[in-house]
Design a protein around this ligand. Structure first.
Ligand code: 8X3
Length: 243
């Protein structure tokens, strides 16, 4: 029987690319997101199972996780940033959403699926973090705070699960060209395009490669943390642009 991987935020970007990569490696992939039409098209393409999921809504998480029969791998990918306001201008609603989707979304999903991951006998939780989890940057306040919290929670989980059959891994990407920046800038495609101007950023498939590698290590190997950057980026705000 194929092993089951549950992926959040799977309708696009890193989530969708990881679903394709894991399905190609023989996993049965259960994909969740709010945009069900996109999800269903992807599920049909890779022979997976699509189910509506909003990680900010406990009832949605409960219904989704109850419907998952077994779970060998949970990829906590759903997340995102809103805005680049300074601390002086912090928008509390944006902060609240970022905390909810990135931190609480990861906690809700992990908590709900942990019994099934333990029962699998060789479970894995992989969290998509960010360079923003390691390095604060100007205008990053709400996202930095949320991703630092995600990293802290992930590392606590790793500590608490020692001795149990569940591995815990964190993959922290830098610049990846997905819908991430379009969402961050409230749909402003021009502003989003500027983020990647003159740079070859990583692609969602680059991160999916790391996911499939982490997911395919033997059970005695836990990849604790990976920091992945584009060659032209050496830290959050140090980027070489060929303009
Ligand atoms: C996305 C990377 O540099 O915009 O997680 O924070 S960054």
């Amino acid at each position: 029987m194929p092993k089951t991987a549950v992926i959040t935020g799977a309708s696009s970007g890193i989530g969708a690319a990881s679903a394709r990569a894991l399905a190609a490696d023989g996993w049965h992939v259960v994909i969740g997101a709010r945009r069900v039409d996109r999800l269903e098209a992807l599920a049909a393409e890779i022979g997976g199972t699509a189910m509506e999921l909003d990680v900010t809504d406990q009832a949605s998480v409960d219904a989704f996780c109850e419907a998952v029969e077994s779970c060998d791998l949970l990829l906590n990918n759903a997340g995102g940033a809103l805005g680049t306001a300074s601390m002086a201008e912090a928008d509390i609603d944006q902060w609240q959403w970022m905390y909810d989707v990135n931190v609480l979304g990861t906690v809700r999903m992990t908590k709900a699926l942990l019994p099934k991951l333990v029962a699998s006998g060789d479970g894995q939780v992989i969290v998509i973090g960010s360079i923003a989890a390691r390095e604060p940057y100007k205008g990053g306040g709400g996202y930095n705070a949320a991703k630092h919290a995600v990293a802290a929670a992930t590392r606590v989980l790793r500590l608490e699960l020692i001795g149990q059959p569940v591995r815990v891994s964190e993959i922290d990407p830098g610049m990846v060209e997905t819908e991430f920046s379009v969402v961050r800038f409230g749909g402003d495609e021009e502003k989003a395009a500027k983020v990647y101007e003159g740079v070859t950023p990583m692609s969602a498939e680059d991160i999916a490669d790391a996911v499939r590698w982490v997911a395919s290590r033997p059970r005695h190997v836990n990849i604790d943390q990976i920091l992945m950057l584009a060659t032209a980026q050496t830290s959050a705000q140090v980027v070489h642009r060929e303009l």
